[in-house]
Design a protein around this ligand. Sequence first.
Ligand code: TTP
Ligand code: CA
Ligand code: CA
Length: 507
Amino acid sequence: MQQPLAPNVWDVQQTSWSNNDMPPRECAREDSSVSNPRRCSQFTFRHLSQMASCIPSSPLRVVAHIDLDCFYAQVEMVRLGIAEDTPFAVQQWQGLIAVNYPARSYGIGRHCTITEAKKLCPKLITQHVATWREADGKWAYREDPQVATDKVCLDPYRSESRKILVLIKELLPHGLQRVEKASIDEVFLDLSAHVHAILLERFPELLSPQPHRDLSELLPLPPISDLDWQADTLVDAGDSDNKTLAILDPDWDDVAFYVASGIVRHLRSSIKEKLGYTCSAGIARNKLLSKLGSSYKKPNQQTVIRNRAVAHFLSGVKFTKIRNLGGKLGEQVSRAFNTDSIPDLLTVPIEQMKVKLGDETAIWLYNTLRGVDMSEVNPRIQIKSMLSAKSFRPTLTTIDQAVRWLRIFAADIFSRLVEEGVLEHRRHPKTINLHYRPLGGQARSRSCPIPQGRALDDGTLFDLAKTLLTHIVQDGNVWPCAGLSLSVGSFEDSVSAIVCEHNLLKT
Ligand code: TTP
Ligand code: CA
Ligand code: CA
């Protein structure tokens, strides 16, 4: 019997990959005709080597997307020590912003008001998000949150989000990791380089081809015929022969996904064990598919979309679930071609798409419908600006009130700057802007540069904001005030960060 891949892929040293009992396999060059295509892998040594540098066009690429289940609800449940099977939701004013899975089984969702939700499930427990309050300048979980005096504070979720990211980075091998934070509760991982290292360790026959051969040589087939996918949801390839073939006779892309799925399972169980949160994940060849995979089965599950299953998987996906097709573009596409079914859209020629949507959008759509996405997993944070704002009803009538809100905005922005690594001097905003909206009057803005070269703190941001407010007030006609917003922008990598990264690249 074949030995299945060890469940713990971290234990690479201890895993036995003996394949002495396997018959020798002969492989042809990429360009020669192969009479029996199943005798060789369809991948070459070049494809394999591309994994090491996470090249997006590599056919052996492996990307994972991890998304926390009902994130804000889990954060509050862990903080409050609420049992996992208790129906629970996070409240913001009269609405719900996160609903756990036991509560969802009662039909409760984000669309419900608190009253509707309690009607559907009287034993539902809710917790209001923490708020900043004008009067005390600090955030807290309050008994009586009021939209008039308070502003929602997301710090508790940001700080848990950061812990999750730090843990993931700790668990992945340093030189081989590529992690992109995609939102407060999501990350993309390009696992290609990591999986590549594991494959070479476990399968010595994958080490570079003999000196007289070249990189276009096809790889030998994997010496395993049975992958034990454990609790993974394995997306069906749609065609039963094909499926049997994949399970009994996997190629290296299947093995790569298998190894990745072990890595992801370990990450997920560590997040649960160390921080108490469950998450769901998708594993596939790119960001587009892995993101669709993570939402395919929730909560606490992971889904593998093997390359051979992509077409069948996409034919069953709701068109609007694809990133960028949920809104206006999606409507434009379904109007232009009179359908929102992916199989129907696959019949539309690219030229016709270009006429209706313009070249760039057409090419993106054409590729997306086919599961093609070459976008990189980018560890660099792409934030361009950060804003903290509040509309006032009742309106503000004194400068003291406005200044109190500026202190809150500065603290709010500063905590997000910490999140983005400003304290470690990785990224730095260069400008600060105050936007002021008087009741019924003309809105106006004032900006100034943020002094560079010394550590930034919330006090500095607050002082700059106060100066901007003073200038606006001097212009007159400012009261009553219906809205204020403070933002920072023009982010730049600091010189020390660039030098540090440059050195890392050299080593
Ligand atoms: P999501 O990942 O969209 O949802 P979720 O984590 O609550 O649930 P799921 O298990 O389906 O992934 O959003 C992450 C958090 O962002 C969510 O817990 C609360 C917050 N959020 C809002 O505050 N308002 C919103 O409209 C959405 C979509 C999310
Ligand atoms: Ca989520
Ligand atoms: Ca999410």
